[in-house]
Design a protein around this ligand. Structure first.
Ligand SMILES: [Fe+2]
Ligand SMILES: [Fe+2]
Length: 331
């Protein structure tokens, strides 16, 4: 018999504003106003945390929304215009960091290319040296993604040809627990947080998150929500899955070293096995099929893969700097 499903709060509240745009946006969302003129006016000049938090909140209207915000605003045209201004800026910044690899073929060279990207590894720090406080902080900020893990990729399903679609759904079926809510990955993370004495409710830790985490989430949502970016979204998925299994093993061992609850260890242990399978599925079957059907998307696949690794590297450097850990210790 299946064990009982424990539920945590899905009711999220708007986070704390981080600048003029989020001040305007959150006030307007709360008031139930139908006039977003001041928000639209503030959008083009917003930068940094303010712009990233605004975009994150606008994307959340497409996922679960906020307790104090009218659900009808999900498709409010003025808010979609604000979102589009912020997304254009994000995409331009991400593309400006990317140089297409020369002379490489995705099918032949992807795993080798991933191995050559030498980012710093937070999992290595957790494995050997991190203290409990640092790991709790890491779990809190990671929760912004892990509590909706796999959801940004779900937008892609109707946008693919039959082979890529069938393989993506095979991968997603696993992410969503294969029919068992207690095996659903974002629920495993919830159970782990709660067993570790951390707030497991959706969006609880957004105020703690650095810019880099907001941008990781924004990039994923943007790639998932725009059909024209499907190649980049699947490239991101391929890079994500291809860099998960070994770090998940290090995370599981680090959590055990620090005496974390078995439920938290279990989330990472699950990903050691699952992502060793998912990386093959994502790289060979899903992206393989996509590029056979739509070979013109190859450069965007590389762009998405690069963006995934680049954003993770920037996030890792930010956390190490917060903790005063030298990058050479975790290279
Ligand atoms: Fe997962
Ligand atoms: Fe996975």
């Amino acid at each position: 018999m299946a064990s009982a499903v424990v539920g945590y709060s899905r009711d999220m509240h708007l986070p704390t504003a981080r600048g003029p745009l989020t001040e305007e946006l959150f006030a307007a969302l709360r008031s139930g106003s139908e006039d977003f003129f001041t928000v639209l006016a503030a959008a083009p000049t917003a930068t940094g945390d303010d712009a990233a938090l605004a975009l994150w909140a606008l994307h959340e209207l497409q996922y679960r929304g906020f307790a104090e915000v009218d659900d009808a605003l999900e498709w409010e045209p003025q808010l979609l215009r604000v979102r589009s201004v912020l997304e254009r800026d994000l995409e331009a910044r991400l593309r400006s960091r990317f140089t297409p690899p020369q002379g490489l073929s995705f099918a032949e060279d992807f795993f080798g290319w991933v191995d050559e990207q030498d980012g710093v590894s937070l999992a290595r720090h957790v494995h050997r040296d991190a203290d409990r406080e640092q790991v709790e902080e890491l779990l809190r900020v990671r929760s912004v993604y892990h509590l909706k893990e796999a959801d940004p990729v779900a937008w892609l399903v109707p946008r693919l040809g039959v082979r890529a679609k069938a393989a993506l759904v095979e991968l997603q079926y696993d992410e969503y627990g294969g029919g068992d809510p207690n095996r659903l990955h974002h629920h495993l993370f919830e159970l782990g947080l709660a067993a570790s004495g951390l707030d497991a409710s959706y969006g609880a830790h957004v105020d703690l998150t650095p810019l880099e985490v907001l941008e990781q989430n924004n990039a994923l949502s943007m790639l998932g929500l725009h059909r024209r970016l499907r190649g980049a979204a699947l490239g991101h998925l391929a890079a994500f899955e291809a860099t998960s299994s070994l770090p998940s093993r290090r995370m599981a061992q680090g959590l055990e070293r620090l005496g974390f609850a078995p439920e938290m260890v279990a989330y990472y242990a699950e990903h050691v096995e699952a992502d060793a399978v998912h990386e093959q599925l994502a790289v060979r079957t899903i992206v393989g099929a996509l590029l056979e059907e739509e070979p013109e998307l190859e450069e965007d696949v590389w762009f998405g893969a690069f963006t995934c690794l680049d954003l993770e590297d920037r996030f890792a450097r930010t956390m190490l700097a917060r903790w005063g850990v030298g990058e050479e210790q975790v290279a």
